[in-house]
Design a protein. Structure first.
Ligand SMILES: Nc1ncnc2c1ncn2[C@@H]1O[C@H](COP(=O)(O)OP(=O)(O)OP(=O)(O)O)[C@@H](O)[C@H]1O
Length: 234
């Protein structure tokens, strides 16, 4: 097994909060694992994803990506490491509204030589972007449109293609199927899970949707590992 993400003695409280939001002794994800992270609304799933991706820094303890402690890096170095090694599908997608669909997907390649090299391995980054969009069921007539002109479900799939381009070691997905109908949801999961398996990307996938849980090799109920969410004092 090769460890890709690890959190140890991790503690985080939002500013002004009277108690910790995250208090986790240990959480580890290996290369190629597909983790279904679930739990009641407000239990800290999105907060944990932000800590795993180095968007937030813990008050105590550590999160390591590929062995490197996020807290040991400056903000700029964290941004570089994130774009090189992490594909993040945000709950609100975070697409650049005025950029075309295709350019949104290619963004990680613009900011990371590693993502560009990996995306170009079997041709060009453009070709990989087009292939991902096609596999996500995004019609080619949409690829030159501004991202803001797409429906929510279409934007979700663009965000997923952007997360997958250049085969990052970690893919983090925050409720990425919430706006998809059943057929689209299954097709989306087919592409996401196959792409992660093919490149041994570790996938941490947050969802409330128990209908899709069976498709994941490992299930983690956040309140079970989070003393803060379970109400147990640290
Ligand atoms: N930016 C913020 N500032 C202050 N508190 C926050 C912030 N974001 C989240 N919280 C608080 O942290 C707690 C956990 O929120 P989080 O969004 O991580 O939960 P979640 O499990 O992802 O919820 P949901 O399933 O509803 O998306 C909540 O009590 C929330 O109010």
């Amino acid at each position: 097994m090769s460890l890709v993400l690890s959190a140890a003695a991790l503690r985080f409280a939002w500013p002004g909060a009277d108690r910790a939001c995250i208090d986790i002794e240990r959480f580890e994800v290996d290369a190629g694992e597909a983790v279904f992270l679930h739990g009641p609304s407000g239990c800290g799933k999105s907060t944990l994803l932000s800590l795993l991706a180095g968007v937030l820094i813990a008050d105590a303890g550590q999160v390591r990506l590929l062995g490197h402690d996020w807290a040991a890096h400056s903000g700029a170095a964290r941004d570089r490491a994130r774009v090189a090694h992490v594909g993040y599908i945000f709950q609100q997608f975070n697409l650049l509204p005025y950029l075309s669909v295709l350019d949104n997907v290619l963004l990680p390649c613009r900011f990371s030589g590693r993502r560009m090299a990996q995306a170009s391995q079997d041709g060009s980054a453009q070709a990989q972007a087009r292939e991902l969009l096609a596999r996500m069921g995004l019609d080619s007539s949409l690829w030159q449109r501004q991202a803001m002109q797409l429906s929510v479900g279409q934007q979700q799939r663009v965000a997923a293609a952007r997360a997958l381009i250049g085969h990052p070691e970690v893919v983090i997905a925050d409720e990425p199927t919430s706006a998809l109908d059943e057929d689209r949801r299954e097709a989306f999961l087919d592409v996401l899970l196959a792409a992660c398996a093919a490149h041994r990307s570790a996938l941490v996938f947050v969802s409330h949707d128990q209908r899709i849980a069976a498709r994941f090799s490992r299930h983690v109920l956040l309140p079970e590992i989070n003393r803060a969410a379970s109400g147990v004092a640290a």
